[in-house]
Design a protein. Structure first.
Lengths: 523, 523
């Protein structure tokens, strides 16, 4: 397929900005649009929440530099990565690599501060970097759960369901990656089914496999079938999320995948997962310094593989219950620590992935949304551009919850209004309305209210805002049961976005051929 | 009772600061203390979240000035208030008062930027202003609800129960005011029972009645019995929360109460409750400008009644469902608007009350904690010093929920850790720990972890952080059912703080005498 088949995004960047600008974007919409119409992504209209002063930031950066120079990072099972480091001038001693202060920052200058990820429907392209905010579903749970059937292993049917739910939500912007593990498909082949499902059931941006170099490459190859080989070489169309094996170890599986994405000019997301007290220090400042060191090394490696390749500075701080040793999620220390991560990423001029809608609850209950909301707000406050785990995360990421997915997606909608900030202009200041209404009267029917009410307030599809008596008569539902009803209705109403028959056939043939070339493996 | 009987707060302000400083404060505690020991209030260690630039702030202030100068505010049923305004040079035309731009700001210069509210136990004194954050229970619900008995009218027994629950929580700092309406006590006498209950069952700071001038004065008189007349004349020991009748009307009931508190050198909290689209414009900027105008007028009136009296700049932005006309709570527009309110209050150099743990849910469910958490975080981010409605608020403030009270108080605990920010020093940067652990090992038993783990992470009493299997075996509880168990246990374990017998008798005699002087009224 030729790149000529691929339409460029409609309109200029400037037009997209206007369209995506939260409330302003909505106001610019047609009268016939739903009250809050979909934007392909958010352009934040509020500043980031910068909590740390220059001196402390410098101390954290200095500590990261000293970790890199004095302790170093081990790169296992990847001789090419070690060769890259040698060529770049790092001190390579066996598997251990040490870095002069400033070296990684210098290498990182070639990485773009912002880039476009292209979707097969160009209207759904997302910008990742700067003031953009992109919401993607949770990633990586082996289990799924819902109120009817409880918790069980995820299947390819669940996987497709979540793609359909994400595609149906106006408030998510991205189809995500391994939304749940489809354990009914062989381990060595499921990446093909997952990528196909993203391409088939969604027309938004998505993520590929990272669990082996060939799986990363095959994920990218499927993207090439859809977008065209040349287009993919020049543009980002797929992301790969790679994890550091903290503390201070990069495993070969991950660096092979990282390099595969970079080599193809696709964006790797570089993510240390640091459970404070286990994979890093129990104190936030030290865990943040470690995270900075590990992420800088991973991001820099993408630039050594292919200078100028897009890359995302990722982060996943977490805490643990020091009574039981269990990991905890959606807790205050990682939430406030994320603000500092945001500041550090911006000082490197890199796009940021940070935080998400985390919870350790085993139900879509009050705990789930207390932890999730605190954590998700930290993501948007810290300036994260790509927010993985925006919807569905429960059970410490072991389970993808259908009900929480729907509640979280609804909250993502609320965040569109939140990130629009407080617009100040003659219309919003409403001095004429005060003159019209005067003292002691109500604004319900005044001209200003009539002109503005359709876009004034977020309108949740999950919250019950009826008076108690009406709620009582209507069956005394809780949020989880309303979400249960909603995901079923959404799946029933789902319509697949159109896909060109030849493209579909080409994808299916590639899958079949690739699967046939190897025996099933289940571990 | 003489003021000599009243102990001054232990230690200097400087010592209190250290003790109250969140995680640092905890670290300074004894080894035998619980992991997260109680602080009398929080000194925030993170900056406020200032989202609006100077130009927009000036436009909002200018709009408030024009509302005050061109439209004005009506002061009903309070000739003394009108006299005050005349003397101050305002343009008084019947009940309508108009203010020259700058006039109210000038008057407000005499109000303190920060003040101490004294508790009968001086260890529980709170500072209101500057970097302090004080959590108080929700205020004003006619109904109460719990999982066992559902929703019903509040009684004096419920009222006492909530005081006991607040007093038992290490994470609330203040006993609040009308936690719920005790509808089994006559309307004209219940303020006496409420103030007595706060004084008897709590030894923290509290609030008095505002529903009539004599009730405000009798509330203050009871405080005088406990603290001594001279002490009360020199120090704030009771707060009164007065509401504007928005838009742009101050009712006499409220200004009489406001003046009673100011006259006694006690702090009035001046709160417009603006439901956007009803009591104010449907757009945030206009509602904020109106709120600023109304609050400045109320705060200034306290200074005309008694120059230098403490006063709190209050605010309660809200939104409405434009499908049903119902008020909504915990929604994004008031949350982000609160940040601007915070900036405006600081420009006036006044202590701030703003936001709280709001929700419109009728159950302690996912909706309750999604809305509550967003709203409560806006309170701490905007720099509110006194956060009324920190715990228990459900059903659009019509119901006080036992379970949500417990969950909210637990979240207030998490906010102690959150507001401690990210401390950067040699210990927290943990470079020695990296040297000890090296690459690829875990930090679980290293010296740094052992030295820091007890204070490292917030430890929720409500969240279930066990693995799924253990949670399953333990009975698959949700957060609400755990909270249900916890409030019952807390009430069973409650012990009243000691009260001097003579003081108790004096209070009871005053109550009896005051009640006997008038017939019961039930409306």
């Amino acid at each position: 397929m030729d790149t000529a088949d691929i339409a460029e995004p409609r309109g200029s960047r400037g037009q997209r900005r206007e369209r995506a600008g939260g409330r302003d974007g909505r106001r610019a919409g047609q009268g016939a649009q739903p009250l809050h119409h979909k934007a392909p992504y958010i352009i934040r209209n509020i500043p980031t929440y910068d909590i740390m002063g220059e001196e402390s930031l410098l101390r954290i950066e200095d500590t990261a530099d000293r970790i890199l120079a004095e302790i170093g990072i081990e790169f296992r099972d990847d001789p090419v990565a070690l060769e890259h480091w040698k060529s770049a001038g790092a001190d390579v001693d066996g598997l251990l690599v040490r870095f002069e202060p400033g070296m990684l920052r210098e290498i990182l200058k070639s990485a773009p501060a912002s880039f476009t990820q292209h979707a097969r429907n160009p209207a759904n392209n997302v910008e990742i970097g700067g003031k953009s905010v992109v919401f993607a579903p949770a990633y990586g749970s082996p289990f799924v759960m819902d109120l009817d059937k409880g918790r069980r292993y995820g299947t390819i049917e669940d996987f497709r369901n979540f793609i359909k739910l994400a595609q149906s939500s106006p408030w998510l912007h991205h189809s995500g990656g391994t939304i749940c593990e489809p354990v009914d498909v062989p381990v060595n082949k499921r990446h093909l089914d997952m990528v196909y499902a993203h391409l088939k059931y969604s027309d938004r941006c998505f993520m590929g496999s990272v669990t082996a170099e060939n799986r990363a490459e095959e994920s990218i190859e499927m993207a090439r079938i859809v977008f065209g080989r040349d287009f993919v070489d020049r543009n980002c169309v797929i992301l790969g999320n790679v994890n550091v094996n903290s503390p201070l170890v990069w495993d070969g599986t991950m660096t092979h995948a990282l390099r595969a994405y970079a080599r193809a000019n696709q964006a790797a997301v570089i993510v240390p997962f640091i459970l404070g007290g286990a994979m890093g220090p129990v104190t936030n400042a030290g865990a943040i310094a470690q995270s900075l060191a590990e992420t800088m090394a991973g991001c820099a490696l993408t630039q050594l593989e292919r200078k100028g390749a897009p890359v995302i500075f990722g982060n996943f701080l977490s805490s643990m219950s020091l009574r039981s040793g269990s990991p905890t999620f959606g807790t205050p220390e990682p939430a406030i620590g994320s603000m500092v991560i945001g500041q550090l990423a911006r000082r490197l001029n890199l796009p940021l992935r940070c935080a998400g809608n985390f919870s350790n609850s085993k139900l879509p209950d009050a705990q789930a949304m207390n932890e999730g909301t605190m954590s998700m707000l930290s993501a948007v406050h810290c300036g994260a551009n790509f927010i993985l785990h925006s919807a569905g995360f429960l059970d410490g990421l072991l389970s993808m919850s259908y009900e929480k997915f729907v509640m979280d997606a609804d909250f993502c909608g609320a965040l569109h209004s939140y990130l629009a900030g407080v617009v100040v202009d003659d219309n919003t200041l409403a001095l004429d309305a005060f003159r019209e209404v005067g003292v002691g009267k109500h604004f319900l029917g005044c001209a200003h209210t009539m002109e503005n009410y359709q876009t004034a307030f977020w309108d949740s599809a999950i919250a019950d805002n009826e008076p108690f008596e009406k709620w009582d008569i209507a069956g005394r539902t809780d949020a989880a049961s309303r979400a249960n009803k909603r995901w079923k209705q959404t799946l029933a109403d789902y319509e697949a976005p159109p896909m060109d028959e030849a493209t579909d056939q080409a994808l299916l043939e590639y899958m079949e051929r690739t699967k046939a070339a190897q025996a099933d493996a289940w571990y």
